[in-house]
Design a protein around this ligand. Structure first.
Ligand code: UDP
Length: 340
């Protein structure tokens, strides 16, 4: 085991604990399995003795996220979910394949739209034919620039349908609608997770793929300027990845989560400027904080109402922002030392 793998190992074992035999020998399809969230799910499902098919076209996912998985129960298929067809019967399908970073999906809006629409259709058909239970990784972005914060699942959203983020927001909204259509019309066992900002080891820090946490961490580690967009007063609530994936697996197996939607995230809302300062202090960096133009349609506040997920899954995140940042910073430190 490499030093990098040893940082995530404890979290994988932790997230797998309490899942019992739910996934023992289960046949699982994971689209987007080489991505940040997907690769954590691959690790945990293999740990739980599932048979995992990881489908990914590597458009933003990376082989390095999964190449440590040495198991005959694990199969990697390099394919776009939009072309996916199968005769195989899966017990569970998790549909995560999608670009997730705003700067990335604004460059490739058609790909974001298609993986969540045509791709969702492909996996819904596989679930209908095979009688699978299927989870759709939706997003807090379905709420757009929410006017109700903390935001409950019952809020309908405030999305600009023509804006630069609409390729993602509307695609996730379409995906949700399609999964509900398959549930209502064909009785498919669907579960929809609205994932709020999540972070941890394996997030990309490069170019347009980078979300705010890995970008700030790598900037701070290199004593480079930390790039805050706007005045930094916009907020996000960050949930550590091990908590996020635990909730996704519980949502997949709990009977009372069938045909329903749940917010998955953390309620500790921080401004982006506070986040930059916290990361700079934790890293003990000399970076200067610099201010740049805001992103168009950047949501001003984001924080989930977790009442429903608490009730249905008995789940709340247990890792504090500080503890999650410590682990993530450690991982990036090791990665930075390893890279030439
Ligand atoms: N952000 C920033 N500097 C960066 C990257 C992002 O200030 O270098 C801000 C961005 O404008 C947004 C927040 O951080 O308000 C979260 O951005 P991210 O790309 O992580 O994803 P989002 O939550 O917008 O989907």
């Amino acid at each position: 085991m490499t030093l990098i793998d040893s940082i995530t190992r404890g979290d994988v074992e932790d997230a797998a604990s309490g899942m019992g035999k739910a996934f023992e020998d289960a046949n699982v399809l994971l689209t987007g399995g080489a991505g940040f969230v997907g690769s954590w799910l691959c690790d945990i499902l293999i740990h739980l003795n599932a048979r995992v098919t990881c489908l990914d076209n590597l458009s933003s996912g990376r082989i390095s996220n999964i190449d440590h998985i040495q198991s005959e129960r694990f199969t990697f298929v390099n394919q776009d979910v939009c072309r996916f067809e199968t005769e195989e019967r899966y017990d569970y399908i998790l549909h995560l394949a999608s670009i997730a970073s705003p700067e990335d999906y604004e460059k490739r809006p058609d790909e974001a739209l298609l993986s969540n629409s045509l791709g969702s259709y492909r996996v819904s058909e596989a679930a209908r034919k095979g009688g699978s239970t299927i989870l759709f990784a939706s997003s807090s972005e379905v709420y757009g620039d929410a006017e109700v914060v903390p935001t409950p699942e019952s809020y309908w959203g405030n999305v600009n349908p023509l804006g630069v983020r609409s390729c993602y927001d509307e695609a996730k909204r379409f995906g949700e609608s399609l999964f509900m259509a398959y549930h209502r019309r064909y009785g498919v066992d669907v579960r929809i997770a609205r994932i709020f900002n999540t972070f941890g080891p394996r997030m990309r820090a490069d170019g347009a793929y980078a979300r705010v946490v890995p970008r700030f961490i790598t900037q701070a580690l290199r004593d480079q300027a930390m790039t805050v967009y706007g005045d930094g007063s916009q907020t996000r609530s960050f949930c550590y990845i091990a908590d996020t994936v635990k909730a996704l697996l519980l949502q997949l197996v709990r009977k009372n989560a069938r045909g329903d939607v749940l917010n998955i995230g953390d309620t500790c809302e921080v401004t982006i400027l506070e986040l930059a300062k916290k990361i700079r202090e934790t890293v003990d960096s000399e970076s200067e904080i610099t201010f740049h133009p805001s992103r168009p349609d950047d949501p001003k506040r984001r924080c989930p109402d977790l009442t429903k997920v608490k009730k249905i899954l008995g789940w709340t995140p247990k890792t504090s922002l500080s503890d999650g940042l410590d682990k993530t910073i450690e991982w990036f430190r090791v990665c930075t030392q390893d890279s030439p």
